[in-house]
Design a protein around this ligand. Structure first.
Ligand SMILES: Cc1cc2nc3c(=O)[nH]c(=O)nc-3n(C[C@H](O)[C@H](O)[C@H](O)COP(=O)(O)O)c2cc1C
Length: 193
């Protein structure tokens, strides 16, 4: 039997009271219904990396970085076949903590597919468009489909709408994105071997 595909869900906000963990739980539950997938949530709160301060750039480093959070993070990225990034929009870009996490790793991102979930006043689309060009530079394959949600969803959440109801209208879109992510992740395993 084929090895399960390792899909990692990256939670791109670490702030107190963040919304990000809610769509992360929802996407993880939808992924859990897919065949042949092993899922892990990578919550950036669990990887408290300093702002990038290494003397060698990730792609050209001659020895591994030593910060324990960076070592742990790099190993998680290395073992993954594909990613879903949950990204907030901060000042029309994506979060600094997410950029830092992307910057710390080099070749371990290469030839892996990535899908996006965002939210905000323009449905987080501005953050995702920036992320798309960044992940291409990391040698990743950003898939076409993504899930974008309006600020109303964040408001509904803060007004007490239960998580089980918050995202149901996005299930179909999310399933389409996840199916595409799984197909691309499968296809790219042969490129990496
Ligand atoms: C520093 C900062 C900048 C923000 N800028 C934007 C923005 O440009 N566009 C937007 O739609 N929302 C913006 N917001 C509101 C966020 O969409 C909202 O706070 C959301 O909950 C952030 O995601 P998080 O809770 O997962 O961190 C901003 C929030 C913060 C904290």
């Amino acid at each position: 039997m084929a090895e399960p595909l390792k899909i990692k869900v990256i939670v791109g906000s670490t702030r107190e009271g963040r919304f990000a963990e809610k769509p992360a739980r929802w996407i993880t539950a939808l992924l859990g219904k897919k065949e042949g997938v092993e899922i892990e949530v990578l919550d950036l709160r669990d990887y408290p990396m300093p702002f990038f301060n290494e003397t060698e750039t990730p792609s050209y480093k001659t020895k591994p970085y030593t910060d324990p959070a960076v070592v742990k993070w790099t190993a998680k990225v290395a073992e993954a076949d594909g990613f879903v990034i949950i990204a907030p929009e901060y000042n029309h870009g994506y979060s600094a903590v997410l950029k830092n996490a992307l910057d710390y790793v080099g070749s371990e991102w290469n030839n892996k597919a990535v899908g996006f979930v965002s939210y905000g006043s323009a449905m987080g689309a501005r953050a995702i468009e920036q992320l798309r060009s960044v992940v291409i530079e990391l040698g990743m394959a950003p898939i076409k489909y993504s899930v974008h949600m309006p600020f109303d969803v964040i408001m509904a959440s803060s007004q007490g709408t239960p998580e089980a109801e918050l995202f149901t209208s996005y299930d179909e879109r999310a399933n389409g994105m996840l199916d595409q992510l799984i197909s691309w992740s499968k296809a790219l395993t042969s490129l990496r071997s």
